[in-house]
Every structure is written in C-alpha cells, then in structure tokens.
Design a protein around this ligand. Structure first.
Ligand code: ADP
Ligand code: MG
Length: 241
C-alpha cells in the first residue's frame, strides 16, 4: 500500500491487574489499518479483541506501546483530546444498541448529527438518507420498542455512520441476533463502508463472517496470529453460517 495508514499500532500490550493476578490481554501487537478497508477480527473469547478495539477507539489505553491515528499519537493524548477524537473521528457499534427509547429512529440519528454539526461545523450525513441506506427508509418514525433487534442495530449503525467518522469500530454487532437479521446488519455495515469509504473494523467470533471482509485479522492469546487480504469478498447475503 502506498497510502499512509490511518492507524499505526506498535508493540501494544495490555495488562489488567486484579489484585495479585495479571491478565495479559494484548502481547506486543503491531498493526496498520488503511482507509476504506473492511476488516474482520476473529478470535476466541478472551483473545483480546475488545481490548484492541477499545484502544483504537480511545476508550482504553495500552500498558505499553503506541497508537497513532493519522498524525496524532493517541497514547500521548489527554482525556479531553481523546473525547474530541472519539466525537469527531470514531463511530462505535456495540452488541447492544443503546438507542434512546423515547426518540424515534430518525430522532436517534439526528441527535448525533446535530451534536457533531453544532460543535464542529463538520458536515454529517442526512439522517433520512442514511436510514434509507441501511434499509430503514420506511421505519423513520418508529420508536426502538417498535423495531426488531436487527432493525435497532441498523439504527445504531446509521447513527454511528451519520457523523461521517473516519473509522467505524464494531464489537460483536451481530452477537445478539439470529442469522438472517445478522446478515442484514452486516449488509448495512458493508453498504456504509462502500458508500463512505469508512475504515470499518468488525469483531466477531463467527469465522464465516470472514468471507465478506477485505482483510481478516486473527487474534489468539493477545497476539495477531493471522493477517490476510481477501481479493474477492463475498456479499454478506452469501455467507453460510
Ligand atoms: P475478547 O473481546 O477477545 O473476548 P477481551 O479483550 O475482552 O477479549 O479480554 C482479553 C482478556 O482480558 C480476557 O482474559 C479478559 O478477561 C481480560 N479483561 C478484559 N477486560 C478486563 C478488565 N477490565 N479487567 C480485567 N481483565 C480484563
Ligand atoms: Mg470482546
């Protein structure tokens, strides 16, 4: 690749200390991630996937090692700088959707675009257009309780993507969903990735999701044990679970 990476991680280690016990969640991870990539991170439970994602997203700091986002060294940043980094540059999608129950689908998305545009003059996507992109153009005025789990997750994706982040970090986004709705969620992520060129990182423990990725990272015991590019990613609908 000739373009510079968006993220560069060097020698990342994370040790959690619980009394006398040390848990080594990451052990010397080196990684570069590039614009536009759809990256799937695979690995068994406890292999360090969430720890890595949280460090990239500025939600957690490594015990040692460095992470740079473009020209910014996140590992030197103040809390205030990290807050700004997350708000302007990162979209998060978690296993549970964390929508505001008293707001409709479009209001949940518009809340975030309003915040981003108000604070920074940053141009966010149109909430209606982005909900249509993820297949919810006819559910704009539904409250979360009137939507299925997969639909709620697609609202959460629309909300994360609408602020036009540089990176979308997704931790087990289909973890709570059945196969068919999970595929719709992956389809929504893929569309957003292709439409906006957003670097998208998706954690899953389901190896069959790897087929739709541009690149597959494998984690085991806190180390990267596989990093492969996939020249012909399949459509999420074709995934055999
Ligand atoms: P994964 O997402 O692959 O399941 P995690 O990154 O969540 O793995 O966790 C990696 C290891 O670090 C696990 O052994 C986990 O128990 C431990 N761990 C994660 N977060 C904490 C924490 N806040 N305190 C103590 N140990 C933690
Ligand atoms: Mg995890």
């Amino acid at each position: 690749m000739t373009t510079p990476p968006i993220f560069q991680a060097k020698g990342l280690s994370k040790v959690y200390r619980m009394g006398e016990v040390e848990v080594h969640a990451l052990r010397g991870v080196d990684l570069e991630l590039f614009a536009g990539e759809f990256v799937v991170i695979l690995g068994p439970s406890g292999s360090g996937k969430s720890t890595l994602l949280n460090i990239l997203g500025g939600l957690d700091a490594p015990t040692s090692g460095t992470v740079t986002f473009r020209d910014h060294t996140l590992t030197n940043a103040t809390e205030r700088e990290l807050t700004q980094y997350r708000r302007e540059h990162v979209g998060f999608v978690f296993q549970f959707y964390n929508l505001i129950p008293s707001l409709t689908a479009i209001e949940n998305v518009a809340l975030v675009t309003g915040l981003v545009e108000g604070a920074h003059g940053h141009v966010a996507a149109d909430p209606k257009a982005i909900l249509s992109l993820v297949g919810l153009g006819d559910r704009l005025d539904n409250f979360p309780a009137q939507l299925s789990g997969g639909e709620q997750q697609r609202v959460a994706i629309a909300r994360a993507v609408a602020k036009r982040p540089d990176v979308l970090l997704c931790d087990e986004p289909t973890g709570a969903l059945d196969v068919d709705t999970g595929k719709l969620v992956l389809e929504a992520l893929r569309k957003a990735n292709r439409e906006f060129g957003t670097l998208t990182v998706v954690i899953t423990h389901n190896a069959s999701v790897a087929g739709m990725a541009d690149r597959v990272l494998k984690l085991r015991d806190g180390q990267i044990v596989g990093d492969e590019r996939n020249p012909h990613p399949i459509d999420p609908a074709e995934i055999v679970w």
